[in-house]
Design a protein around this ligand. Sequence first.
Ligand code: PMP
Ligand code: GLN
Length: 388
Amino acid sequence: MATPTIITKLPEVGETIFTEMSSLAQKYQAINLGQGFPDFPMNQKLVHLVHKAMQDGHNQYTHKNGSFELRKALAEKISFLYNQEIDPNTEICITPGATYAIYTALTTVLQPGDEVIVFEPDFDSYLPNIILNGAKPIRIALKYPEYKVDWNEVKEKVTPATKLILINSPHNPTGTILDKEDLHHLQDIVINNNLFVLSDEVYEHILFDEKKHESILKYPELFKRSFVTFSLGKVFNCTGWKLGYCVAPKPMMDEFLKVHQYNAFSCFSPEQTAIAEFLQDKEEYLSLGSNLEKKRNYFKDLMSQTTFKPLPSYGSYFQLYNYEKISTEDEISFARRLTREAGVTAIPVAAFYKKHVNNFVLRFCFVKKEETLLKAAERLINFVQNSM
Ligand code: PMP
Ligand code: GLN
């Protein structure tokens, strides 16, 4: 008997590069510096607070916007960091991770035929999310090796169909950041063309070399038209907890909530109770950037014993390294071979582009224990020596 066939909504999509490379790492028992996650334990105090929240009975659905205590703590954090007053009743929604918040924001605003400007290399979920909504991604390349936005090109690419510009700073995969000047250019363009903004700020606390995060929340005129997305998994070294949130002005959040209430509706409640309390200690998130900067530097110092050439990383979990002096293979082949032969996994940056692009760069995640970084570097030093 015939069975129904699905007409795929994502014909060009297969397994994500993170799944592919993590499986390969497992197969070859390689050290996984590919997918972005810490391999060191998270703060045990927060683990205990979740346990306590469960024992205290915080085990049922929360309000659809999320636990009020957590929303209130987040609004206070936003006021402290960015001097922006957010109404915790109407302008924050707790979500199962930032990925879901991004999808929900795009689903809230996009109509079939709308155009969305995205900068490539782009985080892997953006494009499928746009396409699933019948909209069209307009990709603008960040130029290697600085990966800066060319705002003149952005102006040229805006059409009457443009609905939204999607930004991400600190940026995955390049580790670059947007500065004040970038935000001013963005502001001019979105105001002149009446566009929405989706600002993915999951690495808001992870900036290096005394750089400051330019959140959309610092720019009242920009915030009026923006969804801003965050990941608590990134802030507290527990990516598997998949808890995030979206901040938007009330009229936009009202629409976001219409989508959310028929989707997740509510997320794991004990985490929310625990994080609301844990957020009272500002040092936890304020020290994240300097702690991870030490890891970036530690790995970079070790890598200086190889001919991998680092590109600047000003933030995020990642640093790009160019391998032109080691191999002329394309990024995907080289990343696979590195896993097999060196026993170290990294992510080919080519995977974040639609067209074939090859700059001979791999993304390494340095958010690991020192011993992991040391072992990985030793393997890479050996590999490079044997390749000469
Ligand atoms: N945006 C960017 C740029 C990311 O790197 C990630 C991956 N962690 C996410 C969104 C998703 O975050 P979450 O795990 O909270 O869904
Ligand atoms: N954000 C993580 C990274 O860039 C991966 C998340 C995922 O696997 N979807 O490595």
